[in-house]
Structures are given as C-alpha cells and as structure tokens.
Design a protein around this ligand. Structure first.
Ligand SMILES: [Zn+2]
Length: 206
C-alpha cells in the first residue's frame, strides 16, 4: 500500500529533485514551499515521511520539528540541509528527527532512507491497528461495548438477529465510538465486534 510523503523546502530545484526520488520509489508526493504550507499539509493528512528544509521563510524547520514532537501520529522526519551536516548531529533529539541528509545529495542513499523510514512508519501503523482491533475483540468477547464499556444484555432465546441489532442500536448512540464517515462505517464497526460478542453469548457455537 503506497503512502504519501511531504516535501517542505523553499528551494524549488531541491524540492523537485526530492519529489522525483520519492515518486520513483512509488510514493505519492505533496509539496510545501514554506513552513506555513507545510503545517497546513501536516494537519490535513497523515504522511509516512516528511522531508524538511530547516531554513524556510516564515515558520522554519526547527519550529515544525518542535510542533511534531507533541503529536501522536507523526511522520518519519528527514531533515534536509544545504551544507555538510557539521553541528547538526546532536542538535535534534532522535525521537523526532530520524535522519539528516545534506549536499552533495547522494541520490541512491536518499531513496534508500526514504523507503526504509516509510516502511517503518507503515509497519508501526499496521501494528497499532492490529493491537487496537485485538483489544476491541477482547472487550466484546466479555460482552461489553469496546468503546464505552456498555454491557450488552443476553439475547432472548431463539432470536438470532438480536446481537447484531443490539450492537447497531447501541453504536448509533454510543458516545465513545469513533466518528462515522458514512453509513457503511457504522456497519463496519458492527462487523468488527459482532463475532466476538456472538461467541460471548453462544460460546458453544463455532
Ligand atoms: Zn458504546
């Protein structure tokens, strides 16, 4: 599954070069020519990797790094500097800046760094999703709504449709559930927990 990469650099030629490399590696690319545009893009979408110029007009790269530190979901950050990276090492904490690249640009090295960091972010997001789903299934397997902890009543005897209907009715007004993007979203949530809940109420049925 390809993801997106954001390139924030006010130098058009550098930005185009990096965009080309990222696209050739199979990623969708968004560009930002200054810090304000970069922040706007970061708010609007989850990126795998941010290629970040430190010296941009308005909001500089350091401020963007600072803001990313407090966000839960953040891209891998590659800082791009136009000079050899003396004095750069140790300037950033490794928990926010994942790599530093500088002139002269080694095209193969940059592509490799982009791909490996993007891959790591993608894997982490998959792991998080699996962990969350497992936790939800466990909660449902104990007869509770995985979002708010509401306890579902046992189904009346012989009413096979009860469980899915009860989940649907509850989720429609559950205040803790995720926001719904469309009608199918609610159906998807029902599907996610109904198997576990059915097993809770009918443990003997396979
Ligand atoms: Zn609930």
């Amino acid at each position: 599954m390809p993801g997106s990469i954001l390139i924030a650099d006010d130098d058009t030629s550098v930005r185009k070069l990096l965009a080309l490399l990222a696209q050739r590696a199979g990623y969708e690319v968004d560009e930002a020519a200054d810090g304000t545009a970069a922040l706007e893009r970061l708010r609007g979408r989850d990126y795998l990797v941010l290629l970040l110029d430190l010296m941009m007009p308005d909001v500089d790269g350091d401020s963007i790094v600072e803001r990313l530190r407090s966000s839960v979901r953040r891209p891998a950050v590659i800082v791009v500097v136009a000079y050899p990276a003396t004095g750069i090492e140790g300037r950033f904490e490794p928990d926010v800046v994942d790599a530093v690249i500088h002139e002269p640009y080694d095209v193969d090295m940059i592509s490799t760094v982009i791909m490996s960091l993007a891959g790591a972010v993608q894997q982490k997001s998959v792991d998080d999703t699996v962990r969350t789903r497992t936790r939800k299934q466990q909660t449902a397997a104990e007869g509770f709504c995985p979002y708010c902890g509401y306890e579902f009543l046992p189904p009346p005897a012989g009413d096979n449709a009860y469980i899915r209907t009860a989940i649907l009715i509850h989720l429609a007004r559950c205040i803790e559930r995720p926001e719904l993007k469309d009608d199918r979203d609610l159906q998807r949530l029902v599907d996610q927990i109904s198997d576990s809940l059915e097993k809770h109420f009918h443990p003997d049925v396979n």
